[in-house]
Ligand binder design. Structure first.
Ligand code: AMP
Length: 291
Protein backbone atom coordinates (compact mmCIF):
# COMPACT_ATOMS: atom_id res chain seq x y z
CA UNK A 1 0.00 0.00 0.00
CA UNK A 2 1.33 3.41 -0.98
CA UNK A 3 -0.22 6.44 0.61
CA UNK A 4 0.27 10.14 1.16
CA UNK A 5 -1.00 11.74 4.34
CA UNK A 6 -1.93 15.33 3.79
CA UNK A 7 -2.87 17.86 6.43
CA UNK A 8 -1.62 20.90 8.31
CA UNK A 9 0.97 20.55 11.08
CA UNK A 10 -0.66 19.14 14.18
CA UNK A 11 -3.49 17.42 12.28
CA UNK A 12 -2.40 14.02 13.57
CA UNK A 13 -0.59 12.73 10.48
CA UNK A 14 2.24 11.25 12.56
CA UNK A 15 -0.15 9.46 14.91
CA UNK A 16 -2.23 8.00 12.09
CA UNK A 17 0.87 7.05 10.10
CA UNK A 18 2.10 5.09 13.13
CA UNK A 19 -1.16 3.19 13.30
CA UNK A 20 -1.14 2.45 9.58
CA UNK A 21 2.40 1.10 9.64
CA UNK A 22 1.49 -1.19 12.53
CA UNK A 23 -1.59 -2.45 10.76
CA UNK A 24 -0.27 -2.89 7.24
CA UNK A 25 3.43 -3.51 7.85
CA UNK A 26 4.53 -0.59 5.69
CA UNK A 27 7.04 2.18 6.44
CA UNK A 28 6.50 5.82 7.27
CA UNK A 29 8.57 8.21 5.22
CA UNK A 30 8.48 11.52 7.02
CA UNK A 31 10.58 14.26 5.47
CA UNK A 32 10.33 16.23 8.72
CA UNK A 33 11.85 13.30 10.65
CA UNK A 34 14.55 12.78 8.05
CA UNK A 35 15.42 16.46 8.07
CA UNK A 36 15.54 16.58 11.87
CA UNK A 37 17.88 13.57 11.81
CA UNK A 38 20.04 15.36 9.24
CA UNK A 39 20.12 18.47 11.43
CA UNK A 40 21.19 16.46 14.49
CA UNK A 41 23.83 14.61 12.49
CA UNK A 42 24.99 17.94 11.03
CA UNK A 43 25.08 16.56 7.52
CA UNK A 44 25.33 19.05 4.62
CA UNK A 45 21.55 18.74 4.13
CA UNK A 46 21.01 19.26 7.86
CA UNK A 47 23.16 22.37 7.88
CA UNK A 48 21.15 23.83 4.99
CA UNK A 49 17.81 22.95 6.54
CA UNK A 50 18.45 23.90 10.16
CA UNK A 51 17.58 27.61 10.13
CA UNK A 52 14.76 27.27 7.63
CA UNK A 53 13.13 24.65 9.84
CA UNK A 54 13.60 26.64 13.01
CA UNK A 55 11.83 29.58 11.39
CA UNK A 56 8.94 27.41 10.16
CA UNK A 57 9.83 27.83 6.48
CA UNK A 58 10.02 25.20 3.77
CA UNK A 59 13.29 23.50 2.87
CA UNK A 60 14.03 23.83 -0.89
CA UNK A 61 12.18 21.34 -3.08
CA UNK A 62 15.31 19.78 -4.62
CA UNK A 63 16.61 18.82 -1.16
CA UNK A 64 13.46 17.02 -0.04
CA UNK A 65 12.90 15.41 -3.44
CA UNK A 66 16.46 14.04 -3.31
CA UNK A 67 15.89 12.65 0.19
CA UNK A 68 12.63 10.97 -0.81
CA UNK A 69 14.04 9.51 -4.01
CA UNK A 70 16.89 7.84 -2.08
CA UNK A 71 14.51 6.64 0.61
CA UNK A 72 12.10 5.03 -1.87
CA UNK A 73 14.98 2.88 -3.10
CA UNK A 74 15.55 1.34 0.33
CA UNK A 75 14.40 -2.29 0.55
CA UNK A 76 11.98 -1.62 3.43
CA UNK A 77 9.93 0.69 1.22
CA UNK A 78 9.23 -2.03 -1.32
CA UNK A 79 6.29 -3.46 0.63
CA UNK A 80 4.61 -0.08 0.83
CA UNK A 81 4.92 3.32 2.48
CA UNK A 82 3.15 6.34 3.84
CA UNK A 83 4.53 9.70 2.86
CA UNK A 84 4.10 12.06 5.77
CA UNK A 85 4.98 15.72 5.18
CA UNK A 86 5.84 15.16 1.54
CA UNK A 87 4.89 16.48 -0.97
CA UNK A 88 4.30 19.92 0.46
CA UNK A 89 4.22 21.93 -2.74
CA UNK A 90 2.83 21.37 -6.23
CA UNK A 91 6.34 21.12 -7.77
CA UNK A 92 7.15 18.45 -5.15
CA UNK A 93 3.96 16.58 -6.08
CA UNK A 94 4.86 16.75 -9.77
CA UNK A 95 8.39 15.55 -9.00
CA UNK A 96 6.94 12.70 -6.97
CA UNK A 97 4.70 11.67 -9.87
CA UNK A 98 7.79 11.50 -12.07
CA UNK A 99 9.76 9.57 -9.48
CA UNK A 100 6.99 7.02 -8.97
CA UNK A 101 6.54 6.63 -12.70
CA UNK A 102 10.25 6.01 -13.17
CA UNK A 103 10.32 3.51 -10.33
CA UNK A 104 7.10 1.81 -11.55
CA UNK A 105 5.33 2.48 -8.28
CA UNK A 106 1.61 3.16 -8.12
CA UNK A 107 0.17 5.49 -5.53
CA UNK A 108 -3.00 4.09 -3.94
CA UNK A 109 -4.43 7.19 -2.30
CA UNK A 110 -3.86 10.57 -0.74
CA UNK A 111 -5.57 10.89 2.62
CA UNK A 112 -6.32 14.42 3.68
CA UNK A 113 -6.88 14.98 7.39
CA UNK A 114 -9.13 18.00 7.46
CA UNK A 115 -8.95 20.02 10.65
CA UNK A 116 -10.01 23.34 12.01
CA UNK A 117 -7.07 25.75 12.36
CA UNK A 118 -8.08 27.40 15.64
CA UNK A 119 -8.44 23.95 17.20
CA UNK A 120 -4.94 23.14 15.94
CA UNK A 121 -3.43 26.13 17.72
CA UNK A 122 -5.25 25.10 20.86
CA UNK A 123 -3.93 21.53 20.52
CA UNK A 124 -0.36 22.72 20.10
CA UNK A 125 -0.60 25.15 23.01
CA UNK A 126 -1.89 22.35 25.26
CA UNK A 127 0.75 19.90 24.04
CA UNK A 128 3.60 22.37 24.55
CA UNK A 129 2.34 23.31 28.03
CA UNK A 130 2.07 19.62 28.99
CA UNK A 131 5.55 18.81 27.66
CA UNK A 132 7.04 21.76 29.51
CA UNK A 133 5.25 20.70 32.71
CA UNK A 134 6.80 17.23 32.34
CA UNK A 135 10.20 18.82 31.83
CA UNK A 136 10.42 17.46 28.27
CA UNK A 137 12.21 19.21 25.45
CA UNK A 138 9.86 21.03 23.09
CA UNK A 139 10.59 20.98 19.37
CA UNK A 140 11.98 24.33 18.33
CA UNK A 141 9.29 24.76 15.65
CA UNK A 142 6.46 23.45 17.82
CA UNK A 143 5.54 26.72 19.45
CA UNK A 144 2.30 28.64 18.78
CA UNK A 145 4.28 31.43 17.05
CA UNK A 146 6.08 29.14 14.63
CA UNK A 147 2.93 27.07 14.16
CA UNK A 148 1.06 30.16 12.97
CA UNK A 149 3.76 30.57 10.33
CA UNK A 150 3.70 26.92 9.37
CA UNK A 151 -0.07 27.06 9.04
CA UNK A 152 0.20 30.05 6.73
CA UNK A 153 2.76 28.20 4.63
CA UNK A 154 0.47 25.14 4.57
CA UNK A 155 -2.40 27.27 3.31
CA UNK A 156 -0.47 28.92 0.53
CA UNK A 157 1.95 26.14 -0.54
CA UNK A 158 0.43 22.81 0.47
CA UNK A 159 -3.32 23.28 0.28
CA UNK A 160 -3.23 23.50 -3.55
CA UNK A 161 -2.30 19.80 -3.42
CA UNK A 162 -5.85 19.04 -2.38
CA UNK A 163 -6.99 20.23 -5.77
CA UNK A 164 -4.01 18.55 -7.47
CA UNK A 165 -4.85 15.09 -6.09
CA UNK A 166 -8.57 15.56 -6.29
CA UNK A 167 -8.23 16.19 -10.03
CA UNK A 168 -6.23 12.99 -10.30
CA UNK A 169 -8.93 11.12 -8.35
CA UNK A 170 -6.54 10.18 -5.59
CA UNK A 171 -7.92 12.32 -2.78
CA UNK A 172 -9.80 10.88 0.19
CA UNK A 173 -10.79 13.34 2.89
CA UNK A 174 -11.23 12.36 6.52
CA UNK A 175 -12.50 14.56 9.31
CA UNK A 176 -9.38 14.98 11.45
CA UNK A 177 -11.33 16.57 14.29
CA UNK A 178 -12.74 13.22 15.40
CA UNK A 179 -11.01 11.22 18.12
CA UNK A 180 -7.78 9.46 17.12
CA UNK A 181 -9.62 6.15 17.25
CA UNK A 182 -12.41 7.36 14.98
CA UNK A 183 -9.99 8.83 12.48
CA UNK A 184 -8.09 5.53 12.35
CA UNK A 185 -11.30 3.58 11.83
CA UNK A 186 -12.43 5.92 9.09
CA UNK A 187 -9.09 5.68 7.29
CA UNK A 188 -9.18 1.89 7.42
CA UNK A 189 -12.76 1.89 6.20
CA UNK A 190 -12.03 4.05 3.17
CA UNK A 191 -8.89 2.12 2.36
CA UNK A 192 -10.95 -1.05 2.23
CA UNK A 193 -13.64 0.71 0.22
CA UNK A 194 -11.21 1.74 -2.51
CA UNK A 195 -9.60 -1.69 -2.54
CA UNK A 196 -6.23 -0.47 -1.29
CA UNK A 197 -6.17 -3.36 1.16
CA UNK A 198 -7.03 -5.75 -1.63
CA UNK A 199 -3.60 -7.31 -1.58
CA UNK A 200 -4.04 -8.23 2.04
CA UNK A 201 -7.56 -9.42 1.50
CA UNK A 202 -6.57 -11.60 -1.42
CA UNK A 203 -3.71 -12.95 0.66
CA UNK A 204 -6.26 -13.88 3.30
CA UNK A 205 -8.54 -15.39 0.69
CA UNK A 206 -5.67 -17.47 -0.66
CA UNK A 207 -4.87 -18.68 2.84
CA UNK A 208 -8.52 -19.52 3.46
CA UNK A 209 -8.65 -21.41 0.16
CA UNK A 210 -5.60 -23.50 0.94
CA UNK A 211 -6.91 -24.09 4.47
CA UNK A 212 -10.22 -25.27 3.02
CA UNK A 213 -8.36 -27.55 0.61
CA UNK A 214 -6.28 -29.14 3.36
CA UNK A 215 -9.43 -29.35 5.47
CA UNK A 216 -11.14 -31.35 2.74
CA UNK A 217 -8.16 -33.65 2.36
CA UNK A 218 -7.83 -34.16 6.10
CA UNK A 219 -11.56 -34.69 6.46
CA UNK A 220 -11.33 -37.52 3.93
CA UNK A 221 -8.41 -39.01 5.81
CA UNK A 222 -10.22 -38.60 9.09
CA UNK A 223 -13.35 -40.21 7.71
CA UNK A 224 -11.35 -43.32 6.93
CA UNK A 225 -10.07 -43.56 10.48
CA UNK A 226 -12.97 -42.11 12.42
CA UNK A 227 -16.16 -42.71 10.44
CA UNK A 228 -18.52 -43.92 13.21
CA UNK A 229 -17.18 -41.50 15.74
CA UNK A 230 -18.30 -38.46 13.72
CA UNK A 231 -21.89 -39.37 14.32
CA UNK A 232 -21.99 -39.09 18.07
CA UNK A 233 -21.60 -36.31 20.63
CA UNK A 234 -18.49 -37.87 22.00
CA UNK A 235 -17.15 -37.70 18.47
CA UNK A 236 -14.79 -34.76 18.87
CA UNK A 237 -12.57 -36.54 21.36
CA UNK A 238 -12.78 -39.97 19.78
CA UNK A 239 -12.30 -38.67 16.28
CA UNK A 240 -9.52 -36.40 17.32
CA UNK A 241 -7.80 -39.31 19.01
CA UNK A 242 -8.26 -41.53 16.03
CA UNK A 243 -7.17 -38.97 13.51
CA UNK A 244 -4.27 -38.00 15.71
CA UNK A 245 -2.57 -40.98 14.11
CA UNK A 246 -3.06 -39.36 10.75
CA UNK A 247 -1.30 -36.18 11.79
CA UNK A 248 -2.08 -32.83 13.39
CA UNK A 249 -4.11 -31.05 10.71
CA UNK A 250 -6.50 -33.97 10.49
CA UNK A 251 -7.23 -33.88 14.17
CA UNK A 252 -7.88 -30.14 14.00
CA UNK A 253 -10.29 -30.57 11.15
CA UNK A 254 -12.08 -33.41 12.80
CA UNK A 255 -12.50 -31.39 15.94
CA UNK A 256 -14.07 -28.63 13.91
CA UNK A 257 -16.24 -30.95 11.85
CA UNK A 258 -17.51 -32.77 14.89
CA UNK A 259 -18.04 -29.62 16.88
CA UNK A 260 -20.97 -28.52 14.75
CA UNK A 261 -23.37 -31.38 15.44
CA UNK A 262 -22.48 -31.30 19.12
CA UNK A 263 -23.27 -27.58 19.24
CA UNK A 264 -26.59 -28.19 17.49
CA UNK A 265 -27.50 -30.78 20.01
CA UNK A 266 -26.58 -28.57 22.86
CA UNK A 267 -28.73 -25.79 21.44
CA UNK A 268 -31.77 -28.02 21.09
CA UNK A 269 -31.47 -29.72 24.43
CA UNK A 270 -29.55 -28.40 27.33
CA UNK A 271 -30.39 -31.36 29.56
CA UNK A 272 -29.22 -34.55 27.92
CA UNK A 273 -27.42 -33.90 24.72
CA UNK A 274 -25.60 -37.22 24.75
CA UNK A 275 -28.81 -39.27 24.64
CA UNK A 276 -30.28 -37.22 21.82
CA UNK A 277 -27.17 -37.53 19.83
CA UNK A 278 -27.25 -41.26 20.46
CA UNK A 279 -30.73 -41.32 18.90
CA UNK A 280 -29.53 -39.34 15.96
CA UNK A 281 -26.75 -41.82 15.50
CA UNK A 282 -29.24 -44.70 15.56
CA UNK A 283 -31.46 -42.96 13.00
CA UNK A 284 -28.51 -42.53 10.74
CA UNK A 285 -27.61 -46.18 11.10
CA UNK A 286 -31.24 -47.22 10.29
CA UNK A 287 -31.34 -44.94 7.25
CA UNK A 288 -28.05 -46.39 6.11
CA UNK A 289 -29.33 -49.94 6.59
CA UNK A 290 -32.44 -49.08 4.52
CA UNK A 291 -30.35 -47.65 1.81
P1 AMP B 1 7.09 18.20 9.78
O1 AMP B 1 7.68 17.33 10.83
O2 AMP B 1 6.52 17.45 8.62
O3 AMP B 1 6.11 19.21 10.34
O4 AMP B 1 8.29 19.08 9.16
C1 AMP B 1 9.10 19.90 9.96
C2 AMP B 1 9.79 20.92 9.09
O5 AMP B 1 10.64 20.25 8.14
C3 AMP B 1 8.86 21.76 8.25
O6 AMP B 1 8.35 22.89 8.94
C4 AMP B 1 9.80 22.19 7.11
O7 AMP B 1 10.67 23.20 7.54
C5 AMP B 1 10.63 20.94 6.90
N1 AMP B 1 10.02 20.05 5.89
C6 AMP B 1 9.51 18.81 6.11
N2 AMP B 1 9.04 18.29 5.00
C7 AMP B 1 9.23 19.20 4.01
C8 AMP B 1 8.93 19.25 2.63
N3 AMP B 1 8.31 18.23 2.02
N4 AMP B 1 9.29 20.35 1.95
C9 AMP B 1 9.90 21.38 2.54
N5 AMP B 1 10.20 21.43 3.86
C10 AMP B 1 9.88 20.34 4.60
Amino acid sequence: MRLILLGPPGAGKGTQAQRLINRYGIVQLSTGEMLRAAVSAQTPVGLKAKDIMAAGGLVPDEIVIGIISDRLDQPDAVKGFILDGFPRTVPQAAALDELLKKKHIKLDAVIELRVNESALLQRVETRVAEMRARGEEVRIDDTPEVLTKRLASYRSMTEPLIHYYSERRKLLTVDGMMTIEHVTREINRILSAIGAVEAKASEKAAKAKSAAKSKAISAKAAEKTAKPARRSVSAPKKAAKASGKAGKPASRVVKKAAKKPSRKVAAGSTTRPAKKAGKTAKKVTKKRAKA
